[in-house]
Design a protein around this ligand. Structure first.
Ligand SMILES: N[C@@H](CCC(=O)N[C@@H](CS)C(=O)NCC(=O)O)C(=O)O
Length: 216
């Protein structure tokens, strides 16, 4: 059965691949699973039909037969469990990949996302510069640690896995901030993720939605 995911009809990031349907698209592309996309306006995301799928009225969601899921991490995990290619067969290596998935979403993403939000909503506050510095210090601490762990390896734990897919997705939000450039091995790691054919297909599909919304 072909799953259906939801995405922004008009993404606030203007097609830069940062909306969280991107990581789900990428996972589906990695495992070769075709999918449908239902596009939503911000208004539709808060209406009962969508709230029945997603309690917080957000994207992405994932529907497949009787199953409806929300939370990008849970969706990527579901895809990785159902298809070969995103989690290792060895039980211990699999557990470690799952740990990296959680690390990406719980440990690395929060300060990065807070910085992105602050730069939009708090820019005019008198304490903005101070807040930005504090957030960037937190991000640098995580990047330093991650950079140390990655070393000169291509991926975080052996072959590319769902852990890398989520970690690269999270780090991509730092592009253009200069922060990632301070850690050349992390910049190269993100570039390796972006160079994957599955990533490119997912990115192009998400960008096509934004272009269609802007020209239609
Ligand atoms: N933790 C959730 C976050 C979902 C989320 O923040 N989605 C954003 C798009 S990237 C959204 O729907 N924003 C609109 C809103 O919250 O109203 C996940 O990973 O799926």
């Amino acid at each position: 059965m072909t799953p259906t995911i939801t995405a922004f009809e008009r993404s606030p990031d203007r097609g830069k691949g940062l909306a969280r349907d991107m990581r789900v698209r990428w996972a589906l592309e990695e495992v070769g699973q075709p999918y449908h996309v239902r596009l939503l306006t911000f208004k539709a995301m808060k209406e009962p039909a969508h709230l029945a799928l997603h309690p917080f009225g957000q994207i992405p969601t994932y529907e497949e037969g009787d199953l409806a899921l929300f939370e990008s991490g849970a969706i990527v995990f579901h895809i990785a469990e159902r298809h070969a290619g995103l989690l290792p067969d060895d039980a211990n290596a699999r557990a470690r990949s799952i740990a990296w998935m959680f690390a990406a979403l719980n440990t690395v993403e929060p300060p990065i996302f807070d910085r992105a939000l602050a730069s939009i909503f708090e820019r005019d506050e008198p304490w903005y510069e101070q807040r930005l510095r504090a957030l960037e210090d937190s991000i640098r601490q995580r990047l330093e640690q991650l950079s140390g762990r990655l070393g000169d390896a291509d991926w975080l734990d052996g072959a590319f896995s769902a852990g890398d897919l989520l970690m690269v997705s999270v780090l991509l939000r730092l592009k253009g901030s200069g922060l990632l450039d301070e850690y050349p091995n992390l910049s190269a790691y993100v570039a390796r993720g972006e160079a994957r054919p599955a990533y490119k297909r997912a990115f192009d599909a998400q960008l096509a939605v934004f272009i269609a919304a802007s020209t239609g």
